[in-house]
Design a protein around this ligand. Structure first.
Ligand code: GDP
Ligand code: MG
Ligand code: ZN
Ligand code: ZN
Length: 548
């Protein structure tokens, strides 16, 4: 029997009887009813309050119970797993927190619902029994039943409140983490920009925003190892290994590769100030030999103090060791030593400048003939970020000079191999190529990057003394005088057009002469090669970026 039927029966029982009795009954009943009603009303208010408090306490108690499970990591579905585009675990507040929040809400709802049902049943059991206390217990029961919806609303509000606070904490924490991560990312970007550091691949020459890093434990590839959803300072790899996300805590010590060509990258890329210099010249003008000689010169200079030189790539180290050996025996470098599809990397750390990052010099062996070939143009993409050019001129590729030494050259044979390409042709092709790279800065129509024009192989036929025989000019530094002399020599030998073109296109030009070998190679002699005047153009170009 329902509570309402029960109530009707009571009324029916009270209202049975006839006229007068009924009337008397009513007279007695009305004040009684009024008193009962009043008592019920009095009862209802505290009942409402008590029930609301009890239910709110229930909600909070249930929430704390679930929270306890959460802290003990016994929540259902507590197992975390790697998600997103990185092989790593997202930071708690970016994945797990939301799963936990959902679990906490559903669990809370379930427990609260059960609790209310239990309460309702208890009321029914204890307050609606057919005994002689029923005139007291029932009104209390009814009062409680009336209070339940009100209490449920208050309890619901408490539930929503608790959940909202929880959600807010999760959202705020996630927000704080993202902001902190962005700050650290920003600091590192600003630091890189301050030193003009960027990522450039020495193999495919493409610029990129971040290398792909590999986990030292499982080898998983992390394409976006930066502070963020996966962690601020460290991230947990799929294997559980913690990986640093910033350079200041050792990110660059992780194995890394170029995101385009997947070639391995040196640890110094991204943390050293990178500067890029192509060595441009026609085939056999002496580029590869000049590159090797310049490295040996750098090594020699570093031994005299002022800076430390280190080669970060194994292949470069091997090439230099082989070259050093050849030079010490006066043997011409073989093609395998001089063949260089990758940029040569040399790291220079100035003494006493620990606050400043070291310099990472990229030297490119830029064969002139490649400029002709459209398909291989991509091989020169580094032209967009070069800091200077070494433009090599094989003196014997100048028609006038070639003619002058024709007989000697025939006699020398392979000992003095000459370039077949005229320097002007190589220069024009290079400039055409440079024009395609709009990023290369210009001022008043002239490129601002310095160009060192280097006449090579001056050991042959007493060329060095011939060049320096040009009359001296007063009031200039030895370097300027030397530059003037070489410039005049070029003009006097029919390269006036080339000189004018160079000076029309570049704002900073200096002329140099050198011998990468120091003397004409001779198979019968093992006299060591000691590069002559190779240092001057390097020193001059480096001065534009204050490298030394
Ligand atoms: N005499 C002399 N020969 C040189 C010098 N530098 C390079 N060569 C020779 O010139 C030829 C071409 O040199 P290489 O460096 O391979 O030129 P690349 O094709 O421009 O890389 C080789 O036979 C070298 O031995 C130099 O300073 N003196
Ligand atoms: Mg070469
Ligand atoms: Zn690459
Ligand atoms: Zn791993």
């Amino acid at each position: 029997m329902s509570i309402v039927d029960d109530w009707k029966n009571e009324l029916n029982k009270l209202s049975s009887g006839d006229g007068l009795i009924n009337c008397c009954g009513m007279i007695i009943l009305l004040p009684v009813l009024a008193i009962v009603g009043y008592l019920l009303f009095l009862l209802l208010i505290p009942t409402l309050i008590i029930s609301a408090v009890v239910i709110t306490c229930f909600v909070l108690f249930n929430y704390s119970k679930i929270l306890n499970l959460f802290f003990k990591q016994q929540l259902p579905g507590a197992i975390d797993q790697p998600t997103g585009d990185q092989p790593a675990y997202k930071q708690y507040f970016f994945r797990k927190a939301f799963i936990d929040l959902k679990t906490i809400i559903t669990e809370n709802l379930r427990i609260n619902k059960t609790s209310i049902l239990v309460l309702y049943n208890k009321i029914k059991q204890h307050l609606f029994v057919e005994d002689n206390k029923r005139y007291i217990t029932r009104p209390i029961g009814y009062a409680i039943i009336c209070a339940i919806p009100v209490a449920a609303i208050i309890g619901g509000a408490a539930f929503i409140g608790v959940t909202a606070i929880h959600t807010l904490i999760v959202a705020l924490s996630a927000g704080t983490i993202i902001v902190t991560a962005m700050v650290f990312r920003g600091v590192e970007s600003i630091n890189m920009a301050r030193w003009q550091i960027f990522f450039a691949c020495p193999s495919c020459y493409k610029k990129f925003s971040l290398p792909t890093y590999s986990c030292t434990n499982c080898g998983a590839k992390h394409t976006m190892l930066v502070p963020g959803q996966y962690g601020i300072f460290k991230r947990k790899c799929q294997c559980g290994n913690l990986l640093p996300t910033l350079f200041f805590n050792g990110k660059n010590t992780l194995p890394s590769e170029c995101p385009h060509c997947h070639n391995t990258l040196s640890q110094d890329i991204g943390v050293a100030i990178n500067v890029h210099y192509p060595i441009v010249g026609g085939g056999s003008s002496g580029k590869s030999t000049f590159l090797v000689a310049s490295m040996l010169e750098l090594e020699k200079q570093s031994k005299q103090g002022g800076f430390t030189l280190s080669l970060s790539e194994k292949s470069d180290l091997k090439a230099i060791e082989k070259a050093r050996d050849s030079f010490s025996k006066g043997i011409i470098l073989d093609k395998t030593t001089t063949y260089k599809p990758r940029a040569f990397l040399a790291k220079l750390q100035k003494d006493g400048s620990k606050k400043q990052p070291p310099y990472l010099i990229y030297m490119y062996d830029a064969a002139g003939e490649i400029f002709e070939d459209g398909e291989r143009l991509h091989q020169h993409v580094y032209f967009e970020y070069i800091n200077g050019i070494f433009f090599l001129i094989d003196p014997f590729s100048i028609p006038v000079v070639h003619q002058e030494f024709e007989q000697e050259l025939v006699k020398a044979g392979e000992r003095i191999k000459t370039s077949r390409e005229q320097p002007k042709d190589v220069f024009d092709r290079m400039v055409n190529h440079l024009k395609q790279h709009k990023e290369v800065k210009k001022q008043k129509d002239r490129y601002t990057i310095p160009i060192a024009v280097v006449v090579t192989k001056t050991d042959a036929f007493g060329l060095e003394s011939k060049i320096t025989q040009v009359p001296e000019q007063k009031g200039k530094s030895p370097e300027e005088v030397s530059s003037e002399k070489i410039r005049s020599w070029l003009i006097n030998n029919g390269e006036g057009n080339l000189v004018r073109s160079i000076e029309n296109m570049f704002a900073s030009v200096q002329y140099f002469s050198c011998s990468a070998f120091g003397h004409v190679p001779d198979e019968k002699s093992s006299e060591a090669f000691i590069p002559k005047k190779v240092w001057a153009p390097i020193n001059w170009i480096f001065s534009y970026r204050k490298i030394l």
